[in-house]
Structures are given as C-alpha cells and as structure tokens.
Design a protein. Structure first.
Length: 352
C-alpha cells in the first residue's frame, strides 16, 4: 500500500526529507531554548526524552518522574519534544486525505509512523530505523495529553515486540498485581484509586505497558490519575494535590503520583489476574471467575480505538495475555474499603 497522494517512487524519499528537516528544527530548538535530556524506563529498556527548554520539559516531568533513570546510559528510543514557538514544522509531504479518523496518518511506509492528536494539537513522528521520534506541540497540551503523552509513539515503537501499551489500570503488591480494565463508567478508575488509597501498590489507572510473554508483567508508564468530580469527592485526600484545580465543565482532575501518592508508585508487577469491574450500586464487593473472552472484550476495544495501526498484532498480544492469566469480574460495591480488601484477598488466593 502506498501513501495517499504520494507517488510510489517518491514516498520514501519525501518522508526521509521531511523527517530530516523536522529533526533539524527540533535540534535548533534545543540550541535556542536549551537541551534538557532525561532517560526513562520503558519495560526492560529505556527511552531518552530530549526537550527544547525548561517549559517543554516540564510538560512531561511529573508523569514520568517515578520511572526516571540515570540520564547517562543506553536508550533504545530517543524522543525529541518541542513547541511551535521554538520552531514550526516544515510543510508535511502528505495530503489531508492521509489523516485517518483516529489520528493515524497513512504514510504507506513501514519505516515511518505519524499521528496527529486532535484536541491536543500535537504531531508525533517515528523513524523506526533510527530509533528517533519527534513530538511537536502547537500549543500547551491539555491535561489529558499530559497524563499519557507519547502513546502513539510507544505503540508503534513496540509493535514488533511482546510489549503493548494497554488501556487499563494496575494495582497490587510489588510481587503480584492485577490489571483493571473496562470502558468508561465501568468503575475502573474508582477501583484502582480505592486500591491505591487502601494501601496497595499502583502502576497506573488509565494506560500501562504490559508484557504478554510467558511471564506476564505490567510496567508503569504514567504516574498520574484522572478523577471525575464525583470520584474526587469519594477520595477527598487527593483534592489537595490536584494539578488543575480550575477546570472546565467535564474536565477531569489530574493528580500526579509524585504529589499525591509517591509511596504507592511501582515500576513493575507480575500480572496474576485481569479484573473487569462492574458498578452494582450495592454495598458489598464480590469477585467471580469469568472466561478469558470477557477480559478480551474489556481490554481490546478501547486499546485498539485509541492506538491506530498494528491492530492485528495488538489484538494477538491481548488475546495471549487474557489466555495466560485468569480473568475475573469484580462487582464493585459502594463500600470503598472493600475494594482493596477484595483484590488483596484474590491475590493471596491465586498465589497459594
């Protein structure tokens, strides 16, 4: 398949020129704004973030602080991030028809990936051959983009590995954790935050990185949590740590872990089970075993919808994961302390 509107013979050359020109803009931005390079954990590997100036670096600092590594060292992927003020992008070589409904840009090329995030007004580019990605911000990213930046870049970079970013939370103990997954309104965030507040370890409430290999493992990517106003009322301790106290209607409260729950953050946990929460309105919480297909139906649709491209490989990874560990439905009750107790009890029973 060739990119829409690009001559087959000129596709690769045009993309190479565009990427080289855009990378040159990013490098000039670091020269004028200041080069801030930090290294972060990515599964068993690492990525290096090169930000143009303190303001650009601050966009990502809080959400990645818990997985920061020593700045010197190897990194398989390097991401350059800069703002429009520091340097505008050159004209793109693809036409408007190349933009997909979910932000993916059809380049017709296996080496390069591109993604435009509507609403955040960011453009992500990845050159797999060189292990270099570009992240251009037309404006200051909204709260939700700050909570999980670089998702399309990491998704594309890890496509040919056993690792997969997934739409799920993860809580447990350092030696045993559960994925908590489901669509909006299913109780996923309430469950993960209740477990966090109940003393369990926390690897994320929205997006985490999983290894679907023989020993399923969850790795933390983002150290924040997003709460609705109703959820924030249920967990009042976190209200003092909200990053965006002044919010537009419908905007969620963002709490970064380094401010609200630094001791709970963990970099990784073995995955012992997948939990699919269901809000019941009843007081008590119960857990029952369900077929792996239930876990797949909870985990796959939003992950596939949010991360365009590589759909077949992504679904295969999620299917392997759900077959490798037991899946449970968590009927979430209104008595919040029961949620962490139920998860803790499940982990203890699985570990016997």
């Amino acid at each position: 398949m060739t990119a829409v509107g690009l001559p087959p013979a000129g596709t690769r050359a045009a993309l190479e020129r565009f990427f080289a020109d855009a990378l040159a803009v990013a490098e000039r931005a670091t020269q004028t704004q200041g080069r801030i390079a930090r290294r972060y954990r990515l599964g068993r590997d690492a990525f290096r973030l090169v930000a143009a100036g303190a303001e650009a670096a601050a966009v990502f600092a809080a959400t990645f602080s818990h997985i920061r590594l020593a700045d010197a060292g190897e990194a398989g992927l390097e991401i350059h991030a800069w703002s429009e003020d520091a340097g505008p992008l050159p004209p793109a070589p693809w036409p408007a028809e190349a933009y997909g409904q979910r932000g993916g840009i059809d380049l017709g090329d296996g080496r390069f990936s591109a993604f435009y995030q509507l609403g955040a007004d960011t453009l992500s580019l990845l050159d797999r051959a060189r292990g270099i990605a570009l992240y251009h911000m037309r404006r200051s990213p909204p709260y939700w983009e700050r909570s999980f930046p670089f998702r399309p870049i990491l998704h594309a970079w890890l496509a040919d590995t056993g690792l997969q970013p997934v739409h799920a939370g993860a809580v447990g103990r350092p030696g045993a954790g559960v994925l908590v997954t489901g669509p909006s309104g299913s109780g996923k965030t309430t469950t993960t935050i209740a477990c966090l507040e109940g003393g369990l370890s926390y690897a994320g409430d929205d997006y985490v990185l999983v290894d679907a290999g023989p020993r399923p493992t969850v790795y933390s990517l983002y150290g924040g949590a997003k709460l609705t106003d109703d959820a924030l009322r249920r967990f009042p301790r976190l209200a003092a740590h909200v990053w965006n106290p002044e919010r537009a209607p419908g905007e969620k409260a963002l709490v970064f872990g380094e401010a609200g729950f630094p001791d709970a953050l963990v970099a990784e946990m073995p995955i012992r089970a997948i939990l699919v929460p269901r809000v019941t309105g009843r007081r008590d919480t119960t857990i029952r075993r369900v077929p792996s297909a239930v876990g797949i139906r909870a985990l796959a649709p939003t992950t596939l919808a949010h991360l365009p491209g590589h759909g077949g490989g992504t679904l295969a990874k999620l299917t392997r994961l759900c077959a490798a560990v037991p899946c449970f439905e968590l009927a979430a009750g209104t008595d919040l302390p029961q949620l962490p107790a139920a998860v803790d009890r499940l982990l203890e029973e699985i570990g016997r």
